[in-house]
Design a protein around this ligand. Structure first.
Ligand code: UD1
Ligand code: UDP
Length: 440
């Protein structure tokens, strides 16, 4: 079978690495399509090298444009490749423009789409990523969600539970597989090694449009980090951020501060090493919120909302927005209050145990072997359904309940929490929302 993977930015390369590894291990045919959204060597090539990935079969080389133009160019290029190559499935990851373009084009060509990291919601429609992930989810056939919470988001939107697979997050695979390599003392670093011997290392990353393109917010964040003089802030600058810091005349001021260390974006191994030595992460990145909890590093997120609420719920991540006072207050607390800092570490990782890539490829492979990997026009007479809600008194699990009644469960309520209807979940004394099928 032939699996196409569409990616285009730094985090997609990192998060698809374990999926690519599993495809290669299983001797399946891999078709790797790079949209070229990220093109600087340190935003793209470095990751293929560090993660030992095969180079893309196609690079559409879209470059940097407005969203509409960039997405349109991607769609055109992706369509040409898919029409020529006929993959059995297309996998997209996350919430970038590649996900939007890839999912839309593939679904229109009736190629099944698997969305890795599906079901995340920030409920902030001003974010381009929220729009992308919702549209990708509307086009998908397989939803590989990282947590039960994401599964529930999709269930509540009416996605068939059988298409939703709780697989963990592939970032955990990437962290676990690479941390030991990253820590190898004989490895050559691409940044000044002395930085790692500093005290109170704070890793800072930001690139979110709503922060870095907004002068007021950027000034507020920069104001906060300028005042955090007890920290050594290591700031690998994303090209977007470098550009706007320059445009707003802020880069010069930053580079003159002794406790702020501006460096180029790092390769994955160097970045993991830096992260593992950090007392705190300050970030607006999605992936970093997940990596921080995986590596037991407290995170303070420079956003007002997050599509990773699991990290906040368990106490490993604090949302501070772009509020100067809050950034300073919580950063100082993490750096100076050991008890507080410890309470943010050693928390059970909600994103799984590092075998997500394996799970994802197993599910796809089994589906292929069972002949289910296709989108065809239905030939059976339309089955009408009504949605009902009912309390279940019987001692019965989800799949038996569905088989017995020709029902399909959407969501379960146990009296205090909503639960995702996994096959073996017991329904006794629970409220269930389900679809009743009526075959004409
Ligand atoms: C993109 C994704 C975002 C993801 C991020 C990961 C979308 C809508 N955004 O944001 O979800 O979190 O990647 O880093 O898909 N640039 C360079 N060199 C490069 C790439 C970009 O200089 O290799 C500069 C260009 O000036 C460009 C700007 O960065 O205009 C923004 O790049 P773009 O890919 O549009 O968005 P990101 O902010 O990187
Ligand atoms: N990262 C990296 N080098 C850096 C900064 C980040 O390798 O200099 C990695 C980081 O480990 C994480 C990913 O890039 O896995 C996050 O990418 P980014 O923040 O650009 O995107 P997001 O996750 O917000 O979509």
């Amino acid at each position: 079978m032939k699996i196409a993977i569409i990616l285009g930015t730094r985090p997609e390369i990192i998060k698809m690495a374990s999926v690519i590894d599993e495809i290669i291990k299983k001797d399946m045919e891999l078709l790797l399509i790079h949209t070229g959204q990220h093109y600087d060597p340190e935003m793209s090539d470095a990751f293929f090298k560090d993660l030992k990935l095969p180079y893309p079969d196609y690079n559409i080389a879209v470059g940097s444009f407005s969203h509409g133009k960039q997405t349109a160019k991607m769609m055109e290029g992706i369509e040409e490749v898919l029409v020529k190559e006929h993959p059995d499935i297309v996998l997209v990851q996350g919430d970038t423009n590649a996900v939007l373009a890839g999912a839309l084009v593939a679904s229109k060509l009736h190629v099944p789409v698997g969305h890795v990291e599906a079901g995340l919601r920030s409920y902030d429609d001003s974010m381009p990523e929220e729009v992308n992930r919702k549209i990708a989810d509307a086009c998908s056939m397989f939803y590989f969600v990282p947590t039960e919470k994401s599964a529930i988001n999709l269930s509540l939107e009416g996605i068939d539970r059988n298409k939703i697979h709780i697989a963990g997050n592939t970032i955990v695979d990437a962290c676990y597989r690479n941390l030991k390599i990253a820590k190898n003392p004989n490895r050559q670093l691409e940044f000044d090694k002395k930085l790692l011997n500093l005290e109170n290392i704070v890793t800072l990353t930001m690139h979110r449009a709503e922060n870095v393109d907004n002068k007021q917010r950027l000034i507020s964040i920069i104001g906060a980090i300028s005042k955090l003089t007890e920290a050594n802030i290591i700031f690998p600058i994303h090209p977007r951020t470098k550009k706007t810091l320059e445009d707003f005349g802020l880069l010069d001021k930053l580079s003159k501060l002794d406790h702020i260390h501006l460096i180029k974006p790092l390769g994955y191994l160097d970045f993991l090493l830096l992260l593992s030595k950090s007392s705190l992460v300050l970030t607006d990145s999605g992936g970093l919120q997940e990596e921080a909890i995986t590596l037991n590093v407290p995170a303070i997120t420079l956003r007002y909302n997050t599509e990773r609420p699991e990290t906040v719920d368990v106490g490993a991540n604090i949302l501070v927005g772009a509020d100067e006072n809050k950034i300073i207050e919580f950063s100082k607390k993490v750096l100076n209050d050991c008890e507080f800092s410890n309470s943010m570490k050693n928390i059970k990782n909600p994103y799984g145990n590092g075998n997500s890539g394996f799970k994802i490829i197993e599910i796809i492979h089994n589906s292929y072997l069972n002949g289910n990997l296709k989108i065809t026009s239905p030939e059976d007479i339309m089955s009408i359904f009504n949605t009902k809600i009912s309390k279940i008194n019987e001692d019965i699990n989800v799949s038996d309940f569905e088989d017995k009644n020709n029902f399909r469960i959407r969501i379960v309520y146990n009296g205090s929490n909503i639960e995702f209807p996994e096959d073996n979940l017991n329904l006794k004394n629970k409220l269930v929302v389900f679809d009743v099928f009526k075959n004409n």
